[in-house]
Design a protein around this ligand. Structure first.
Ligand code: ZN
Length: 343
C-alpha cells in the first residue's frame, strides 16, 4: 500500500509502505479521509516545530477516518465494515499521569504522525492503518468521511473549552481564525457564551468565523485598534481562546480581558514576550491546553447528533496522490480553511 511520507522540508513523497497486520486488541482501518493539520504543514515547510524535528521518513497525518477492515485476535468490540473516526492518541495506560486520568500528559504517548519520539510514530495518511480497538470510534451514519475526520481538531477545541471552565453567559474572545479558532468559536457558542468576538489578520477566515456564529469578527491588520472599545474599564472579556500563536495578538487581547479573566493558549508559535505586569495586576489566569482525552468521543457524539456542524470549514478533498498540491493549497489562507486527502 502507499502513504504520504515526509522525508525533509518540502520533500513529501508518495511511498510504498508495508501493509500492517493487527495484533491482539488491534484493528486495521482502511483510511477514507485525512485532514491536513497545522503541524503537518510545519513538518512539510520546516521539517518540524520547536524542538520536534523529522529525523527519519514519517507518514504524516492524525485527523483520519475510515472503515474497519480487519480485527486482531480477541477484538469483540468492533465489526468489519464499521465506519470509524480514528483517535490518534494511544496513551500507555499505566504511567503516573495515565493512572491519574491525565492521558493527554502520558509519559509514553504514541500519537499518530508525530516526530516527538524516536522512532517516530507513523501517521494516518496511508491506505491502511493498525490502531488499538479503543482508538477506532464508531461514527453516526449521517456523518461523511470529511466530517468524521474533523473529530480530532474539534476534540482539541472541546478540551480547550473544558480548560476554560464554565462558559455559560461568558464574553469570549478568540484570536486567530484558522480551523482551531473557528472551531473554538463554535464550541464557545455551544457552551452558552453570550458573546463571541473573533480576530484575525485576513478577511476570508473572518468571514467564516461570522458564518459559524461569531458575534463580531474583527480584522486587526486593517484596524489595529479594533479591540479598543473592549479595553475600557480594565477590559470586557471573561475568556480568551488564543489560537494564533502571535505575540501581537496576545498582547492586544490582554488589554481587552477583564480582571481575573482566563487565557486558554492554543496557538503555538515558539517563544514570546508578555507583559507580566498586566497579568499580575489584572490577576489574569494563563492556561495551556494540550490535545484531548475523552473529548475525542465527545466530538464524534456532538457531530453525530448534529449539535456541531463542521461542514463550513471543509475547503477541499484531494486524492492523496496529489498530496503536494493539497499541502500547498492548505498553506494558503485566502483559499483554504481545512484541506483533506482522500484515500
Ligand atoms: Zn501513560
Amino acid at each position: 500500500m502507499r502513504g504520504v511520507v515526509i522525508h525533509a522540508p518540502r520533500d513529501l513523497r508518495i511511498d510504498e509502505v508495508a501493509l500492517p497486520s493487527p495484533g491482539p486488541g488491534e484493528v486495521r482501518v482502511e483510511i477514507a479521509a485525512g485532514g491536513i493539520c497545522g503541524s503537518d504543514l510545519h513538518y512539510y515547510r520546516h521539517g518540524g516545530f520547536g524542538v520536534v524535528r523529522i529525523k527519519e521518513p514519517m507518514v504524516l497525518g492524525h485527523e483520519i477516518a475510515g472503515t474497519v477492515a480487519e480485527l486482531g485476535p480477541g477484538v469483540a468490540s468492533h465489526t468489519v465494515g464499521q465506519r470509524v473516526a480514528v483517535n490518534p492518541s494511544r496513551p500507555c495506560g499505566h504511567c503516573r499521569f495515565c493512572r491519574e486520568g491525565l492521558h493527554n500528559q502520558c509519559l509514553d504517548m504514541r500519537f499518530l504522525g508525530s516526530a516527538m519520539r524516536m522512532p517516530h510514530v507513523q501517521g494516518g495518511f496511508c491506505q491502511s492503518l493498525v490502531v488499538s480497538a479503543a482508538q477506532a470510534v464508531p461514527i453516526a451514519d449521517r456523518l461523511s468521511w470529511s466530517e468524521a475526520a474533523m473529530a480530532e481538531p474539534l476534540a482539541v477545541c472541546l478540551h480547550a473549552a473544558r480548560r476554560a471552565g464554565p462558559l455559560l453567559g461568558k464574553r469570549v474572545l478568540v484570536t486567530g481564525c484558522g480551523p482551531i479558532g473557528v472551531l473554538a468559536v463554535m464550541c464557545a457558542r455551544l457552551a452558552g457564551a453570550s458573546m463571541v468576538v473573533a480576530t484575525d489578520i485576513a478577511p476570508e477566515p473572518l468571514a467564516l468565523a461570522r458564518r459559524v456564529g461569531a458575534t463580531e469578527a474583527l480584522d486587526t491588520a486593517h484596524s489595529p485598534a479594533a479591540l479598543a472599545p473592549y479595553t475600557a474599564e480594565k477590559g470586557s472579556f471573561d475568556v480568551l481562546f488564543e489560537a494564533s500563536g502571535s505575540e501581537a495578538a496576545v498582547r492586544g487581547a490582554l488589554e481587552a480581558l477583564r480582571p481575573q479573566g482566563v487565557i486558554v493558549q492554543l496557538g503555538i508559535g515558539g517563544d514570546m514576550t508578555l507583559p507580566i505586569n498586566t497579568i499580575v495586576a489584572k490577576e489574569l489566569q494563563l492556561r495551556g491546553t494540550f490535545r484531548f482525552d475523552e473529548e475525542f468521543a465527545l466530538a464524534v457524539e456532538l457531530m453525530g447528533q448534529g449539535l456541531i456542524d463542521v461542514t463550513p470549514l471543509l475547503s477541499a478533498s484531494i486524492p492523496f496522490e496529489s498530496a503536494v498540491e493539497a499541502f500547498e493549497l492548505a498553506s494558503d489562507r485566502s483559499r483554504a480553511m481545512k484541506v483533506q486527502l482522500t484515500f
